[in-house]
Write a protein that binds this ligand. Structure first.
Ligand SMILES: [Zn+2]
Length: 370
């Protein structure tokens, strides 16, 4: 069992992250500074898990003194989870989530009244920041399976080990460059010939095979993903869903059920229907350009791909062009941002040629899914 490893510690006084060593002992977790000095000793019995991006274990102390410990190493996180009584008891966590949702549904009842008075868009702006991420994730997962059923008849890609590794390598490059800003990146490639990608609540991102077919470099695929991660980071799909499915959404909250058919159909329509606002697109573009720039990839790759698809006039209402029309204004914004960022430090393609060939074949085989 891995009892020691690296982690990030926030001392609760400043926002500054500290790179620390963590040592899980029989009664305590020791948080050690660079010189081996003990920054904190947390009793295992007083450690609580809190919401964090997927792939990260975030814990605090009870009573809460503002300090946080983020553990990204899977083995160490596993040790910590099995050593802390409150985390081991997963039922308790789920109950806590439920309490949160029930408490929140009182707010939703009030919102229903406000909705009748002020209308949906105004409510959506105010309401989304108050929605716990656990709700985003629950809706996102249901919407994703609904979309998978619609776009690929429920079939999933059955990649070779090499293709799977290539895809994970690409995601790792982006995640490493994101400074933790990629939220809950559950990224799936679906075997649909439509060239598009979608971001859904909770960080579920779906990339369709058709877009990989149109791409000529791994950087182009990465840039599309980076753009979708931008939508996720800004919770654009949640805004859209609450705006478009407002009443159903709020009823879902009141009833404590986010998996109801009407809400999921409305949610799927919100994700698939023509695009976000221009401001939302600009925010996602800016996120993507910055992420690609940090990753050492080609920050213009998204524009290059969209230009190629535009030139080929790829038809179909679901094509990426229907949701992301390439305008001169958009390209100009990207160029202006790149001028401000300056040249990319040590640029290199995000995948080797061999890895890119494997990714191209990711959906060569498919299976019926589960
Ligand atoms: Zn977009």
């Amino acid at each position: 069992m891995t009892r020691q490893g690296d982690a990030t510690y926030y001392d609760g006084h400043t926002a500054k992250p500290h790179k620390v060593r963590v040592d899980v002992q029989s009664e305590f977790v020791l948080v050690l500074g660079p010189d081996g000095d003990t920054l904190a000793a947390w009793p295992l019995a007083d450690i609580r898990m809190i919401d964090a991006p997927v792939g990260l274990l975030r814990v605090r102390l009870e009573p809460d003194d503002g300090a946080r410990l983020d553990v990204a190493e899977a083995m160490l996180a596993q040790t910590l989870m099995t050593s802390c009584p409150s985390i081991k008891n997963r039922g308790a966590i789920e109950r806590a989530d439920k309490v949160k949702i029930v408490g929140w549904s009182a707010a939703a009842c009030i919102s229903l009244v406000l909705l009748a008075i002020y209308g949906v868009p105004a409510i959506a702006r105010g309401i989304v920041p108050a929605i716990p991420m656990v709700v985003d994730r629950q809706i996102g997962a249901s919407v994703k399976s609904n979309i998978a059923a619609q776009l690929s008849r429920g079939r999933v890609c059955a990649p070779s080990a090499a293709a799977d590794t290539a895809f994970k390598t690409l995601l790792d490059r982006l995640r490493a460059a994101s400074n933790g800003r990629i939220v809950g990146d559950v990224t799936t490639i679906l075997p649909s010939p439509v060239p598009n990608a979608f971001a859904m609540p909770g960080g579920h991102v779906v990339l369709l095979r058709g877009l990989i077919d149109k791409a000529e470099t791994a950087d182009e695929v990465a840039a599309v993903l980076a753009h979708e991660y931008g939508h996720v980071a800004h919770r654009h799909s949640m805004h859209k869903l609450v705006s478009e499915a407002g009443l159903y959404f709020l009823l879902g909250v009141v009833l404590g059920d986010f998996t109801g058919g009407t809400l999921i159909i409305a949610g799927s329509r919100a994700v698939l229907s023509a695009g976000y606002s221009r401001d939302a697109e600009r925010e996602a573009d800016a996120f993507a350009v910055e992420l690609m720039h940090r990753a050492g990839g080609d920050p213009m790759a998204l524009s290059t791909l969209l230009e190629r698809i535009t030139a080929g006039r790829s038809p179909g209402a679901l094509s990426i062009l229907s949701t992301h029309p390439l305008s001169e204004e958009r390209t100009a914004d990207v160029r202006a941002q790149l001028d401000a960022l300056g040249p990319v430090d040590s640029p290199r393609a995000l995948l080797t040629d061999a890895e890119w060939r494997e990714l191209k074949r990711y959906c060569a085989e498919t299976s019926p899914g589960s």
